[in-house]
Ligand binder design. Structure first.
Ligand code: ZN
Length: 328
C-alpha cells in the first residue's frame, strides 16, 4: 500500500500532466481529507499500474507516516474540519470517526404522506430518525448529524448541502410515503437512478465549488479533462457505495422488517443527488397501508427499524474498509 501510494503520486504527475502539489516529490503528503482520500483511492485503482491498490483506510492513513505521528499532530492539524466542529483528534493517532447524516423526510409545512388514520409521515420519519440517531450515538463508532432535529421545513437541496457541509461519508434519508394502492406494504430502499446522476456529475464537474469537494485545492491545478475524469471516478465510487449501503439495508431488514418485492430500487430523488456522498432513501413502509401505518406509529417497531439500520451502517463501513473499531 505504501508503494502504491508513491506510484500513484508519480502517475498523477507524469501520466496526467497535473502540475499541482499533489504530485510533488518527497515524502507522501498527508491525505486526510475523506474526499481527497476517496479520489486518491480511485486514481490508484484506475490510473496507477492497472492493479488494484488496497483501500486507503482511515487506519492506514493514521499509521502510514510515522514522522507525522511522532512529531506532534501535524498531520491531523491539516485535516479540514466540518464547520463548527472541534478538531477532536489533535495529538492522537486515532482516525476521525465517519460522519453519518440522517435526514428525516419532510417537516414543517410539508407533512409528507398522510396515513390512513391521519398520521403524518413527517412525524414518523422524525421519530424513527431520532431513534436511529440515539442508537448510533450510544454505539460510539460514528459521528451523526441530522438535517432537522425538529419540525421545520428544509428544501431538498438544502439537505444535501448540509451533508456536504458536515463532510458526511454516508447520507440516509428516512421516509414512509404513500401509494395509490392501499394493499401495498413493506420497506424498500432507493438509490439514485443513472441518468440523473450523470447529469449531476457533469454539471458539478464544471464548477469550482464542486472541485473543492472532489480533490481539495489541488483540483484547481488540473486540466478540465482531468477534472472530468476525477469527477466521474468519484461519482462511480459514490454509486458503488450507495448500492452497497442499499444492499446492507435490505439484508439487515430481511429477518424482521417486512420488505417490498424487489426492495432495492432506483429513483431520481433530489436528496440522493450528491455526487460524492453515498446516499440512500429508506421507505420504512407505506402510510397508505393500515398495517404499515400502525406499525410505524409504535415506538417498539421503530426501534426494530433503527436497530436494523444500525446493523446496515456497520456492514456498510466494514465493507468499505474503514476502521470502525474505535469507540468512545
Ligand atoms: Zn416521504
Amino acid at each position: 500500500m505504501q508503494d502504491g501510494r508513491h506510484r500513484l503520486v508519480d502517475t498523477l504527475f507524469f501520466d496526467q500532466k497535473m502540475h499541482c502539489h499533489l504530485s510533488s516529490p518527497g515524502p507522501p503528503m498527508p491525505v486526510l481529507d475523506p474526499t481527497r482520500r476517496k479520489v486518491t483511492r480511485l486514481l490508484g485503482r484506475s490510473l496507477a499500474t492497472g492493479t488494484l491498490l488496497g483501500p486507503l483506510t482511515a487506519r492506514a492513513e493514521g499509521h502510514r507516516a510515522p514522522h507525522h505521528a511522532t512529531h506532534g499532530a501535524s498531520s491531523h492539524q491539516l485535516t479540514p474540519q466540518a464547520s463548527g466542529r472541534a478538531p477532536a483528534l489533535v495529538g492522537k493517532t486515532a482516525p476521525p470517526r465517519p460522519v453519518i447524516m440522517l435526514d428525516p423526510g419532510h417537516g414543517g409545512k410539508d407533512p409528507g404522506a398522510i396515513g390512513v388514520s391521519g398520521t403524518y409521515e413527517k412525524h414518523i420519519a422524525a421519530a424513527a430518525a431520532q431513534e436511529l440517531y440515539h442508537q448510533i450515538r450510544s454505539a460510539g463508532r460514528y459521528d451523526v448529524v441530522m438535517t432537522r432535529a425538529d419540525d421545520h421545513f428544509i428544501p431538498l437541496e438544502g439537505r444535501v448541502d448540509l451533508a456536504h457541509r458536515h463532510k458526511a461519508q454516508l447520507f440516509i434519508s428516512m421516509h414512509a410515503d404513500a401509494l395509490h394502492d392501499p394493499e401495498v406494504r413493506g420497506a424498500s430502499v432507493y438509490t439514485l437512478s443513472n441518468g440523473a446522476s450523470d447529469a449531476q456529475t457533469a454539471s458539478l464537474a464544471q464548477t469550482e465549488n464542486s472541485a473543492d469537494r472532489f480533490a481539495g485545492p489541488a483540483f484547481h491545478g488540473m486540466s478540465s479533462e482531468v477534472q472530468a475524469i476525477l469527477a466521474s471516478l468519484v461519482n462511480e465510487e459514490t454509486r458503488r457505495g450507495s448500492a452497497h449501503m442499499a444492499a446492507s439495508v435490505v439484508s439487515a431488514f430481511q429477518p424482521r422488517i417486512g420488505l417490498l418485492r424487489h426492495p432495492a430500487r432506483h429513483a431520481a430523488f433530489v436528496v440522493l443527488k450528491s455526487a460524492d456522498i453515498p446516499s440512500v432513501l429508506v421507505e420504512m413502509g407505506f402510510m397508505s397501508n393500515r398495517h404499515d401505518e400502525a406499525a410505524l406509529r409504535q415506538g417498539g417497531y421503530r426501534k426494530q427499524v433503527a436497530t436494523a439500520m444500525s446493523a446496515a451502517i456497520d456492514r456498510y463501513f466494514v465493507g468499505s474498509g474503514m476502521n470502525i473499531a474505535h469507540s468512545g
